[in-house]
Design a protein around this ligand. Structure first.
Ligand code: SAH
Length: 302
């Protein structure tokens, strides 16, 4: 019809088990599909709603089916299944509006507001601390329960004047929230170069420079190198439980005796085994919060 006049997109709409989000985001980032969004309908915390947009001229029926077969295989690896996808052709204007429509000002806890770059600050939220966000392809829009648990924990106990490490920074949201809430400096790292770029960009749009937040490509070794033997007061780490488990033995190199860590990305069922590993290395769980299937552990020395 009008596709020769205006660019058009295939919009994929798919309900999926939340445990798959990280893998989907990783998959899309690897394939260079940056136009997607994930929503969490509050009535069902076990499922997310994915929207993905693909240029129609490159994505015929065969290519779309192949992509969906890939997603099914990914789901099967995790022992879960996917619903039937809903594909709809949308036109340029619609796509722009559709994509942006999914982003609203998002109040978190008592004091934070996540505000997409293109939106004005609504009056009713003018008392809040603003986190400007350009939702790109890095994980961390604030809507995933694991990110939300961290943001809410920071909001409840603001890290005033603390030195903070953000390990697995994604979009940088946690480190930026820490700074807004009074942290004096943040060191952020991620093994994904897109995440490093996204955090740097999000820091810039929040007018935060290297005097406040330093971002590096890498993992805990990169953090230790940057800290050069010094400790931070608070470690933020929202990565999956098996990855956290593999990093626990090095937490002592980052955190001083009074240091705390907020560990997220952990399924409630994984808490007992992670707690054992933490105790083995002299850490104890100070508090536990949960949302749906996800848990956040606040950890410190006994
Ligand atoms: N901190 C953000 C992003 C969490 S997603 C938030 O809370 O929303 C987890 C991030 O950890 C991803 O960006 C992924 O690239 C990164 N990651 C995974 N394994 C890592 C590791 N071993 N070291 C550092 N970053 C890692």
């Amino acid at each position: 019809m009008t596709s020769d006049l205006k660019a058009s997109w295939w919009q994929l709409k798919l309900l999926f088990p939340v445990d798959l989000e990280e893998s989907f985001v990783w998959k899309f980032a690897t394939l260079g599909h940056n136009a997607f969004s994930v929503e969490y309908p509050l009535e069902d915390t076990s499922r997310g709603l994915l929207y993905l947009w693909l240029p129609s001229n490159e994505w015929g029926a065969v290519e779309r089916e192949a992509l969906f077969t890939d997603l099914i295989q990914l789901a099967n690896t995790f022992g879960t299944y996917l619903d039937q996808p809903v594909w709809e052709e949308v036109f340029d204007e619609d796509w722009n509006n559709n994509w942006k429509k999914h982003w609203q000002p998002d109040p978190v806890g008592n004091s934070l507001l996540i505000l997409p770059v293109w939106l004005d600050l609504p009056k009713e939220h003018s008392h809040r601390l603003i986190l400007r966000l350009d939702p790109g392809c890095a994980f961390g829009t604030g809507s995933h329960p694991s990110t939300r648990l961290c943001l809410e924990a920071l909001d409840r106990k603001p890290p005033v004047a603390l030195k903070v490490a953000d390990l697995g920074c994604g979009s940088g949201l946690l480190g930026l929230a820490a700074l807004r809430l009074g942290a004096c400096h943040v060191w952020a790292v991620d093994i994904d170069s897109l995440a490093v770029r996204s955090t740097t960009h999000n820091a810039q749009i929040n007018s935060l420079g290297s005097g406040e937040i330093e971002v590096e490509l890498g993992s805990i070794e990169a953090l230790k190198f940057k800290l050069n033997g010094n400790h931070v007061d608070l470690l933020l780490c929202n990565i999956l439980a098996p990855v956290i488990e593999s990093l626990v033995s090095q937490f002592q190199d980052l955190l001083g005796v009074n240091g705390r860590a907020l560990l997220s990305g952990i399924l409630i069922t994984q808490v007992p085994s992670l707690t054992l590993v933490l105790e083995e290395f002299g850490w104890c769980v100070i508090s536990l919060e949960d949302q749906g299937k996800w848990a956040l552990l606040e950890v410190g020395r006994p």
